[in-house]
Design a protein around this ligand. Structure first.
Ligand code: CP
Ligand code: NVA
Length: 304
């Protein structure tokens, strides 16, 4: 297993390293006792500028299971850079902790934290990416379907952080991905270009569409909230623009798709109906459980 130095974006990983992370995730999931002291004596800061259930708990519990110690910093009432600069935050944290996990409004904050702390920084969601989520999703797809280069996933919804990390993960691993967004909500142009370059290398097929019908026959459909944390758009207007992209039983049947994925939190009756979310189609709890195993694999490879 080659050592990692940070996880700001999935492009920090080669195909080889990403494959190693998935293998290690499965090993940790299958035999957690073997990794009980992997982080002994290590302290990890958990900084959250935005709310979280899955990411916060899976990191906190996961670090404990690896024998490490986590310190949670609730910044939801005052973002980094207000009481003191991000640079001072990073350099001070470096005095006591061995790594920083951060959920931030801006990817730039992560880069500044990494620079000023000189410690490994893990992106726990930013405006641009959600790499830990994509790792858990790739692990789930691998468990469900086997070799990722034989899988075809469709992402439906807002071409935002979760979509971006899935694009990069799929492109690195040679997995086919169809991204379906309403007009005006497509992925960021720079991320798209990077994903296209990686896909050309791995053989992944990356297709962009504005029509839900493009998801016909895929192995799984993935969706995310129509309104991400911190988004300023009018919820009513967004609801209208995205209405045709709702994943409901009729759509799953019409498209002949048997598996449904969502990073959660889900907004029942908006991007997905309860009928689909709670059905046998749904892999959402497997994804949520895999957050911890995938993140633990990242932590172990940071300190190995
Ligand atoms: N999927 C995810 O990141 O969930 P939280 O926002 O609850 O952490
Ligand atoms: N796109 C969502 C993901 C939540 C896990 C958001 O940024 O709010």
């Amino acid at each position: 297993m080659s050592k990692l130095s940070q996880l700001l974006c999935l492009t920090d990983l080669s195909q080889h390293q990403l494959r190693d992370i998935l293998t290690l995730s499965l090993e940790i999931k299958g035999d957690p006792a073997q990794y009980r002291t992997a982080l002994a004596g290590k302290s990890v800061a958990l900084l959250f500028e935005k709310p979280s259930l899955r990411t916060r708990v899976s990191f906190d519990v996961g670090i404990h299971k690896l024998g490490g110690h986590s310190v949670y910093l609730d910044l939801q009432n005052g973002a980094m850079g207000v009481r003191e600069s991000v640079q001072d935050f990073g350099s001070n944290l470096a005095c006591w902790t061995d790594a920083i996990v951060a959920r931030v409004f801006s990817q730039k904050t992560l880069i500044e934290l990494a620079r000023s702390s000189q410690k490994p920084v893990i992106n726990a969601l930013s405006d641009l990416y959600h790499p830990c989520q994509a790792l858990a999703d790739l692990l789930t797809l691998h468990e469900q379907f086997g070799e990722l280069n034989k899988v075809h996933l469709a992402f439906v919804g807002d071409g935002n952080n979760v979509c971006h990390s899935l694009m990069l993960g799929a492109a690195i691993m040679g997995m086919d991905l169809t991204v379906i967004t309403p007009p005006g909500f497509g992925p960021d142009a720079h991320v798209l270009l990077k994903a296209q370059q990686l896909a050309a290398k791995s053989g992944a097929k990356l297709v962009l569409s504005q029509h839900l019908s493009s998801a016909a026959g895929v192995d799984a459909i993935y969706t995310d909230t129509w309104l991400s944390m911190g988004a300023k758009a009018d919820p009513k207007q967004v609801g209208q623009l995205f209405a045709d992209y709702q994943i409901n039983t009729a759509a799953m049947q019409r498209l002949a798709v048997k598996h449904f994925m969502h990073c959660l939190p889900a907004h029942r009756g908006q991007e997905v109906t309860s009928e689909v979310l709670d059905s046998d189609y749904s892999l959402v709890l497997q994804q949520a459980e895999n957050r911890m195993h995938a993140q633990n694999a990242v932590l172990v490879s940071l300190f190995s």
